[in-house]
Structures are given as C-alpha cells and as structure tokens.
Design a protein around this ligand. Structure first.
Ligand code: GUN
Ligand code: ZN
Length: 432
C-alpha cells in the first residue's frame, strides 16, 4: 500500500544541483512511501495523480524534514542535563560519573533507556550514535529497548579502567569479554550497529586501547566513538599519562582506532599535525556546540576542519549538551561561528545538512537516510508548532523556505514535533 504524507517538504538532497548544500523546498509537497521506503518526493497534486489509491496523511501547513541524526549523545546522562558551574573534569567526577553509576540495576536501567529513546524520538531524531553505559547489564538493557523503539541506533559499552568511580571501572579482560558478548548479540541486529567506545584516553590504560583495536579488527562494519581535545586540562592530563605520545590523537592512532566510521567528539584544541593526520586517517568529528559552551570547553574551528577536509556533523552531547533538540544545537553552532574571527557563515541549508546528510555520511549510511530522495528509507519528522506560539507567528511571516527553516532552528523545540517516523513506522506522535 502507498502512503502519501502531505506537508511543506524541506530537505538538502544528496546531490543538490550546483555545488554544496542547497535546499529543496516543495511548499505543497508530499512524499510517497511504500514498504518503509520513499518512492517519490514531489508536488502534492502530482503525487495524488500518480497514486490515486494512496492513503493520505494530510499534514498541510506543517513542515516535513528528513529524520534528524545525532552522532554523539550519552544514554546515561539525561538526568544530569543542566548541571551548571563546572568545567569538564570536575563535571565528570562530581556530577556525571556518580549519576552513571546509578544504572546498576534493571530497575534503574530500563526506565532510563526508555526515557532516553523517547526523548530522541520526541525531538525528531531518528538515528543516533549513542555513548553507552560502563555497566554491561545496563548496556544490554539499552540495546533491548533500542531494538524495541524502532529507532536506528548505533551504540556500545563505555570502556575505562582508571579515573572512574569503582562501579564503572573494568579491567581490559572484562572490557574485552563484555564488549565481545554485546557485539555478538546486537551488532547488525534489527539494523543496529555496535560502536567500540573507550570513554577517553584519560580513563583508558593502553591495555584498554589495545582491546579496542582488537575488537575493531575482529568485527566487520563496527563503528568507533570517543572524545578528544575537548578541554585544556584534559589535554594536559593526557600528555602526562602518555609521555610517549606526541599529542592526544597519537594515543588512539597507535592502537589503530582510526578510519571511516570513527567518530571523535569535540576536537576544540587540535594541533596542525593532528588535523593533518585526522584528515589522512579519514576520521570524523562530532561538533557539540551547546556542550562546548555549557562546560566552557572552548570553540570549534570549523573553517580549519573545512580546510583540512575533516568531516564533521553537529551533535547534542547530552548531558554536557543542553538538550536533545538538534535544532537548538544547530542554532548553537551558528552562534558559535558568529563569535569567531574565522567563523563559517552557516545558512539554514548548511545547518540542516549538518544534522541530516552530513551525519548520515559520517555513519556510512547516506545511501539509506539523510534526505528525502526516492529510494531512501522513510525516516522523517513533521514539525508543527503550537498555533498560538511565537514560532507559528514567525513562520507565518516568513517569505522564503530558508527563512522558515531559520525560524525552526531558532525557535522549534520538543513541543513542535508532531510525528516522527522511521522506515515508514511511527516512533513518536505528540499527544493531542
Ligand atoms: N569526556 C569523557 N567523558 C565525557 C562525557 O561524558 N562528556 C563530555 N562532554 N566529555 C567527556
Ligand atoms: Zn560526549
């Protein structure tokens, strides 16, 4: 059966005419969905003619975007969003890691997983690369709930054997065995993928990084995620912990933790040599602007990443980040670049690309998701702001699609998500 979703369609097609990221906008448009796949994306009238028998979902007056993709977000950290007043290392030791230790029972882990996944879907996020728990049972629970959620989830057990509270500490052998068991059970299950996840070099001895290298070599299609160059104190600590390493990136490089599908969060303070080697190693960066501002970690040299051709996308980094909304994160990215002398002039199309197509490419799934091109999975979000709110008034006043999209990035938040679908299946619908 064909289903037609009618709305104002906006995306950044995989191959926009001309160069760079350009908006496609169909004011009274629709997508035709069959078997969870987008068959056509065109004017509503044209698709009604082509599919006269289709079941119509009439969202006329709302905006339909591709499902949003968050390439860096922490499962255990929803409850500590908004923990103010601390820089990274204090925030971790005093607030975040103790909260992560609370996922030590099924009774705590399952509702936490459900709440987290619901928050993704409620914010229009359909695909996420999720930093997991250090606790293997909690991570297993997370995978169970992720499989049931219908979202496209990549995730992995957080690994570390030092600088962590006791319930989160595991030696290299335990890390290997727990990761291996989770990979064997969940990698490629229901479209999910496993990500090898050392927390950061600060909390990982060389034995742990070596385990990560082995897991990567042993497992086809596995992703990798960690943190790098986020905060000056952290960078200095890594220098003391790894005296042989010329810089932070070298601590990962030595163990083969590089290549496409390796996602490094932050990279606010890289050296020229690190940038050169990151580009050559084809790793990608998760740029998390609200977290960077909230923790006072620094500012992202986006132009330098463009110059070196290091791929990046915008991500939430909940709970250093201030929420799940990738619209808000796009606004934070925009504002951060406005503050810099070398700031990149981001327009709404570029921002949308950074939370859809660019993120899909980093995860190696841009043939399946990231835009509304025919042939792609029917992953989309319908944005419909409350009628009496500020955003509805701004959208009504907007005269171009780019202006509407700029208003969404600036004002749209969780309460504006009307419907989120993954592979044509509803994963969230706002209560009426
Ligand atoms: N570095 C190591 N762990 C974390 C974390 O949980 N959040 C952030 N922002 N940085 C980290
Ligand atoms: Zn993070």
């Amino acid at each position: 059966m064909t289903e037609l979703y009618r709305a104002h369609i906006i995306d950044v097609p995989a191959d926009p005419p001309g160069s760079g990221a350009g908006l496609r906008s169909l004011e009274d448009g629709a997508i035709a969905v069959e078997d969870g796949v987008i068959r056509a994306c065109d004017d509503y009238a044209a698709l009604m003619q082509r599919y006269p028998q289709a079941q119509l979902h009439d969202w006329h007056g709302s905006i339909l975007l591709p499902g949003l993709i968050d390439i860096h977000v922490h499962f255990p950290q929803l409850p500590i969003i908004g923990s103010m007043g601390m820089p990274l290392l204090t925030w971790l030791s005093e607030r975040t890691l103790p909260a992560e230790a609370a996922l030590n029972s099924e009774q705590n882990a399952r509702p936490a997983a459900r709440r987290f996944l619901r928050s993704l879907a409620a914010n229009g996020t359909t695909t996420a690369l999720v930093f997991g728990s250090h606790i293997a049972a909690a991570q297993r629970t997370f995978f169970e709930e992720a499989a049931a959620s219908g979202l496209r989830i990549c995730s992995g057990l957080s690994l570390g054997d030092r600088e962590l509270p006791p319930p989160l500490l595991h030696n290299a052998d335990q890390c290997y065995r727990s990761s291996r068991a989770l990979i064997d059970r969940w990698h490629h299950f229901n479209g999910m993928r496993y990500a090898v996840t050392p927390r950061f070099s600060v909390s990982c001895s060389e034995a742990i990084l070596e385990v990560c290298g082995s897991l990567m070599r042993e497992t086809e299609g596995v992703l990798f995620q960690t943190h790098i160059n986020e905060n000056h104190d952290e960078v200095a600590l890594v220098k003391r912990q790894f005296p042989w390493a010329e810089d932070y990136f070298a601590t990962y490089e030595r163990y083969g933790l590089t290549g496409p599908g390796c996602v490094y969060a932050h990279n606010l303070h890289p050296t020229e040599s690190e940038c050169r080697r990151m580009a050559a190693a084809a790793v990608s960066i998760a740029h998390c602007p609200s977290s960077n501002a909230f923790l006072g970690s620094g500012s992202f040299a986006m132009q330098r990443h463009l110059d070196y051709q290091i791929p990046f996308a915008v991500a939430s980094d909940v709970g250093g980040g201030t929420g799940f909304s990738l619209f808000k994160e796009g606004l934070a990215a925009y504002e951060m670049q406005r503050q810099r002398d070398d700031g990149v002039a981001l327009d709404p199309a570029a921002l949308l690309h950074l939370i859809t197509g660019a993120a899909a490419a980093i995860l190696g799934i841009d043939d399946q998701v990231g835009s509304l091109d025919p042939g792609k999975q029917a992953d989309f979000v319908i944005v419909n702001p409350p009628a009496d709110g500020t955003l509805a008034a701004v959208i009504e006043a907007a005269s171009t699609p780019a202006q509407k999209l700029g208003a969404l990035f600036t004002l749209a938040r969780e309460e504006c998500t009307a419907l989120t679908c993954v592979g044509g299946r509803e994963v969230y619908r706002r209560a009426t």
